[in-house]
Design a protein around this ligand. Sequence first.
Ligand code: SF4
Length: 350
Amino acid sequence: MAEFKVNYRMAVILKNQTSDELYSRLSAIGLTPRQARQVQAAALKTGFIPRQLPDIPMRLMEKLAREVMLPHLNLTGKVTSPADGFTKYVFSGAGAGLFEAVRIPLMAGEKYVVCVSSQVGCGQGCIFCRTGAMGYKRDLLTWEIVDQVVKIAADSDKRITGVVFMGMGEPFMNYERVLQAARIMCEPCGLAVSAKAITISTAGIIPGILRLADSGFPFRLIVSLTAADPAVRLKLMPVEKKYPLHELVQAIRAYCEKTKNRVTIAWTMLRGVNVHEKDARDLAALLAGLPVNINLIDVNDPVGRYLPPTDQERAAFRDYLRMHTGMPVKRRYSGGKDIHAACGMLAESL
Ligand code: SF4
């Protein structure tokens, strides 16, 4: 397709809508639903629209070229960990600031999951997270979120079978665009990621949890608790002030009841801070009766203020929860530490 002048106000921006929405926007020029899916597939699978597409007459292609624009992220850096094969991509987009996405190899590189960013920086200020230390810069646009996966898929030898919203930013502070991006990612004609393999992680933004429960979309939910004592949590995660633990647990319960899905509870382990038996006891009591899985994640603090737990602390914490809750508890591997791509390490740099 010929280059065209970018007009953000008027143009239909590809990667911003589903193929049904694309059809609604462009049916006036004669595009059919099937042709809209072809255009969508080209935009998401190959990243560009060719001059010709099967079943779309040349005249319609010319009209289309005047109506749409296909924006792209710029890849400003890429590095792969020699230790575990995690790859970090650094992008710039339509506005200020750099943001990062991580390709995670599964099954010895047989398939990939992509961890995407939803904001540049983050306003939640979790004290163990480098993105939090950056502060909030801006929300990413829908196409900027989708294009992280498009670009990484084009750079990959194996399929992208899952997406996690655990990169830079708090997804529920950019709710509309995150949900729209997730819907686009699971379109069968495009990236075709299963909706059940798309996971949204939150520090505990209650309105977002409740909206997701009501949305009807089967995306998975991870809630980062990290402390079950409000006073401890407040020190680690300022979000506790606005959305306190007891209300957060009610929201998780409502989500589980409405969706019939299990929620994953993330617990970032900090040596000597939240890994005592009392912490495990508080957590077990807080989550009693809820259908949850618990993921234990070692803190990754490149400046060394917080250390990961000792093997003894980690094992004792895990064993207490297994013995007293019956909930599935597992340690989640957070890779790419050597390239600053692990959980909590993304901060506009290579
Ligand atoms: S852990 Fe997540 S919510 Fe907390 S500061 Fe980092 S990016 Fe934001």
